[in-house]
Ligand binder design. Sequence first.
Ligand SMILES: [Mn+2]
Length: 426
Amino acid sequence: MVKILHISDTHISHRKFRNVKDSWKIHNRVTWIEEDYCLGLKQALDIAAEVKCDYLVHSGDFFDIPVGRNFSGPSEYSRTFTITALKKFFEITEFKIPLIIIDGNHGTYLTRNYSTIEFLQAAFPKNIHIFTNYQLKDAIRKNTPLTLEFDDVKFFLFPYLKFGRLENWAQEYEKWLQNNQQPDPEKISIAVAHGMERGMDLHELILNYKYDYVALGHDHQQRKIKKNAWQCGSSARYTFAERNQVKGVLEVDVEKGKESIVKTVKIESVRSMKQIDYTLNADLTTVGFEKEIRNKIAEFKNKFDGDTAVRFKIKFDGAVLLSNWWGMEDILNEIQKEVFTDKYNILEFRWDAGEVIKRAPVSLQKGAKLYDYLIEDPVVDFERYIRSLSLENEKQAKQFIEIGAKVIEEVFTSTMSSTIDEEEVE
Ligand SMILES: [Mn+2]
């Protein structure tokens, strides 16, 4: 039997720049929210040392950045914190516990074949074993396994790859998996994968093969996926959707050919998140709106204290006149300014009105009608214009007319909406 401690999605160096109070835990050194994620990792490592596991497994998203088109790397503060915490962990466990980390979709320069977990391995080359997106692509190209073998156990690694994006990728991935990643019939076989959407970033075979345990990451909600396969969840609350989730790591006793014994060890969340749902309607005046918003934040009208300050979000739905919404946004911006003085114990104050239907003000509706009057049928008029160009390619001309008709229809009939507030992906 081996004991695994399964941790995941630590998202170290997660930082917020918009809709947060410009406040530092230690002046000019680290902000409160960045520190929250460092403390999540610290707790996970403390648990790993305490339960005396044989292997420590991290199933991806160790660092939060770079991600997507954000090419900034982790801050020096977070790097230093991480190296210090790992050094302490290895020292108190006498450098006996191997740490295995795979790449998630965060913390890796996807287009540059470099991952931030490489410097962790460079710092502890004998204790840390990393598996990057790049190594995975290389293994697929060369049709070679991505495994790590010890005396008693064999790991099968699946760093993040959205293989389902293209059909030929999916075929190649499946072929590689069948050829190289099947469980070892003799040894305890453990798969480590970052992904949750079956057929897209998590292959069905990883769940169907008879691994003795599958350590999954990417889904921030801890859950059992099937017998011997668990999503560990993140070590600190990340999006507001996670505001009520309990966070933790998994202590797993794995025996060959048997059902694993999985135990949750809770991680205390330092930061509370609060979301309020608010339905707008056409009768609401800006004065009434302001009063209600102020009521909703009244309970936090205490002196700011970074240790207990809340992250706060208002989620709007319903319908409102666009001209009224502009006034409401002004009010929200004013309140935000006030909230970020020391009079409120609020660290983050944001709102999301992506689902609100905003009707154009009457003046704009009249404008549209005037245009209707001048041009009897905009679609017919557009077709006339395209025809006047005497395009030789009839198929192309028809496509232009079709697209034009769609655009005109959208412009004249759809309601106005703004872009949805950014909330980060897992
Ligand atoms: Mn992820």
